[in-house]
Design a protein around this ligand. Structure first.
Ligand SMILES: *Cc1c(COP(=O)(O)O)cnc(C)c1O
Length: 431
């Protein structure tokens, strides 16, 4: 924890939280376990800034782990939510906003002919995998080391994000049966995927991948990787699922599938699609989606699915993102951050490297390029912890784990990005 900022109130709240909430947090990635200290408790946020309960202000590079791509509390979203508050909070019955959001998703996302709203990214992925199994009549799934797909049983094997940060090889509570049906390949390794598929011919229901990996730090797909997965799945009769919970509406308006021009059978969306409310969405080919209950036999449901407040927030967010120039601006901000960090590395002489895709970037404490989980996990954890503390002290909030992205928003200014890079140069030089 920082020497110059006071965090007395955060520390007090964390002590109280630990008495009633396991580990004091409602999601493990929020804990500062891998960097040390008590997590910062936020009080309010606006634009690119957050203020903690001790009155410290930070430039925020977490953005709620992705949803706040417009910045915090964007006026258009607040207006839409306020108007909905006067009409109702939850109906548990169809409403117009969910039709409009499904239509919008299908207009914007290349693979989406139909969409189903759920309440989290975890649920979207879990439902997509069940749908793939139900549709193909096969059991096995292939995932990639270091990709995170939420916390459902079948997908926790070799997962990124918090699972990686806490160094958990698997997790108690997942039965051998659930784990046995999940096959794991290294990211960017097409040969390994083909080997798995050949060894289990006719049994693989789907290959699920983050088309831009964001949960082992940011790792771009190598040229040919997504194309290869597309071709292999088509040949084998397995469905290709893109987990675009981070990359959806971020890598491009239509997600990574638009950016790289590869169309999966199904995709999972989350984070941005809810505009700051708990929303996930699975979308894809109509023929597959129509296997979902009640159109088809694969059961899937949710009391709060299509919640009207969340739907209008998501719709307003997508409207803002569809304005001309938005993704050029996000790309420009990302490039500025990448260049600043590259200069910081060069000036400090510290062995590190930057990966970036659009408005997502990660500073890896490794001299070598990082293109898979083995590379990401070879990075210096102690150096990351000192970097994290140094940045916090200088007023910059980044995720408290070396396996995460820096999330840029439209609210970040050039000055904030330059200041961030200058602070990083100072911190790296002192490592
Ligand atoms: C965040 C995330 C999830 C899980 O979403 P939740 O809303 O946290 O359940 C799934 N996949 C990816 C790629 C994610 O980044």
């Amino acid at each position: 924890m920082s020497d110059t900022l006071t965090h007395a109130r955060s520390e007090q709240l964390f002590a109280e939280a630990r008495r009633r909430i396991p580990g004091g947090v409602n999601s493990p990635v929020r804990a500062f376990s891998s960097v040390g200290g008590a997590p910062v408790f936020y009080e309010r946020a606006a634009g690119s800034r957050v203020t903690d309960v001790d009155g410290n202000e930070y430039v925020d590079f977490i953005g709620s782990w992705g949803p706040m791509i417009l910045g915090h509390r964007p006026a258009a979203v607040l207006d839409a939510v306020r108007a909905q508050l006067d009409r109702g909070l939850s109906f548990g019955a169809p409403c117009e906003a969910e039709v409009r959001l499904a239509e919008r998703v299908c207009e914007l996302v290349p693979c989406a002919e139909k969409a189903r709203m759920v309440s989290s990214g975890t649920e979207a992925v879990m439902s997509a995998v069940r749908l793939a199994r139900g549709f193909t009549g096969r059991s096995l799934i292939i995932k990639f080391e270091g990709c995170y797909h939420g916390h459902s049983d079948a997908l926790l094997a070799s997962a990124g994000s918090g699972v990686a940060a806490f160094g958990i090889p698997g997790t108690p509570g997942v039965t051998p049966g659930a784990a046995r049906d999940t096959l794991v390949a290294p990211y960017n390794d097409l040969v390994a995927v083909e080997r798995l598929i050949d060894a289990h011919e006719g049994q693989v229901a789907c290959v699920i991948v983050e088309p831009v990996a964001g949960n082992m730090g940011v790792v771009a797909p190598d040229p040919g990787f997504l194309e290869g997965l597309r071709a292999t799945c088509a040949r084998e009769g397995a469905l290709l699922i893109f987990d675009e919970v981070i990359s959806g509406f971020r890598a491009a308006l239509g997600g990574a599938q638009e950016r790289y021009g590869i169309v999966p059978d199904l995709c999972a969306l989350g984070k941005i699609v809810g505009g700051g409310f708990p929303v996930g969405c699975l979308a894809g080919r109509a023929e597959v989606m129509d296997a979902l209950s009640p159109a088809g036999p694969v059961y899937q449901a949710g009391t709060l699915s299509g919640n009207p407040v969340a739907m209008v927030a998501g719709l307003a967010t997508l409207e803002e993102l569809a304005r001309p120039g938005v993704y050029d601006e996000l790309e420009r901000l990302g490039a500025r951050l990448e260049a600043g960090l590259a200069r910081a590395i060069e000036r400090s002489g510290f062995p590190a490297t930057v990966n970036r895709v659009g408005s997502l970037a990660t500073l890896f404490f490794s001299p070598d390029p990082v293109r898979d989980y083995a590379g990401a996990s070879a990075c210096d954890a102690a150096a990351f912890a000192r970097y994290f503390a140094g940045m916090l002290e200088r007023g910059f909030l980044i995720a408290p784990s070396r396996f995460e992205a820096l999330f840029l928003s439209l609210a970040h200014t050039d000055d904030e990005i330059d200041d961030f890079a200058a602070a990083a140069a100072e911190v790296l030089a002192a490592l």
